[in-house]
Design a protein around this ligand. Structure first.
Ligand code: ATP
Length: 240
């Protein structure tokens, strides 16, 4: 059984049909990437999974159970964390406080356990450790992105949904971020990654899907996608 399965998922914003029958699956332990141009429906796919945008037709199964009528806060408790585009950390809270907020759906945690879990995040994100007392607003874009991912991981997700984590970051920071995504998977978290930076995404992914105007057009391993003429021309900066 896949960890996550989308079956013919449709979703709309009023008259705008954003998803027109998406079927995909993510196996436990995989990094799967979702590629596509602006407006293709990538963010809507993630929002449908995390319960932020309703599914009008089709179904989404997580560990075999339907998420279709489940509220967003319950979806988090089932083990899905969504790190949306744009970071959205708390500017007036410290790094440590921002990280701790990620546990809010898990009820009260004893102080000692909380501290131990924050330390685990500092092992994955060493840059955040030295910034533990710094306020959110004072962080660089890359540091804010790392913090947003750390906060998402504090919900102890089985599946992490990452929306455009590399957006607006310098290439060197993007490299670090993608190394961290690999590291997160090696800690046992499955990742569904939406990216405009197709080459980087395919460098860490086990499989990928390409979306165009609400439909999946290609699916495959990174090598298959990198060899696909349509994908190359549209998303990988080239073609023949
Ligand atoms: N809140 C909204 N209200 C109306 N239409 C929306 C809304 N959000 C997205 N859309 C439309 O739904 C379609 C899919 O958008 P979506 O954001 O999922 O695409 P995307 O592939 O994530 O693109 P981007 O990289 O630009 O975020 C687009 O046509 C978009 O204009």
């Amino acid at each position: 059984m896949p960890l996550l399965e989308l079956k013919n998922v449709h979703s709309a914003y009023g008259n705008v049909r954003a998803l027109k029958g998406i079927s995909l699956h993510v196996e436990a332990g995989e990094i799967v990437t979702l590629l596509g141009a602006n407006g293709a429906g990538k963010s809507t796919t993630l929002r449908s999974i995390s319960g932020l945008t309703p599914v009008s037709d089709g179904d989404i199964l997580f560990e075999g159970k339907s998420l279709k009528r489940v509220k967003a806060e319950h979806i988090v408790r089932q083990g899905i964390a969504h790190v949306p585009e744009g970071r959205r950390i708390f500017a007036g809270l410290t790094v440590k406080e921002n990280i701790m907020i990620g546990t809010s759906g898990r009820g009260h945690l004893p102080r000692r356990q909380m501290d131990a879990e924050v330390e685990e995040m500092f092992e994955i994100f060493p840059d955040l450790k030295r910034l533990t007392g710094a306020l959110g607003w004072s962080l660089s874009g890359g540091q804010q992105q790392m913090l947003a991912v750390a906060r998402g991981l504090m919900s102890r997700p089985k599946l992490l949904l990452l929306d455009e984590p590399s957006l607006g970051l310098a290439p060197i920071i993007v490299q670090q971020l993608f190394a961290t995504i690999r590291n997160i998977r090696s800690h046992g978290t499955t990742v569904l990654l939406v990216e405009q930076n197709a080459n980087m995404a395919l460098s860490v992914a086990d499989r990928g899907y390409v979306l165009a105007t609400g439909n999946l057009i290609v699916e495959g391993t990174p090598v298959q996608l990198q060899d696909n003429e349509e994908v190359k021309a549209a998303y990988l900066g080239g073609g023949k």
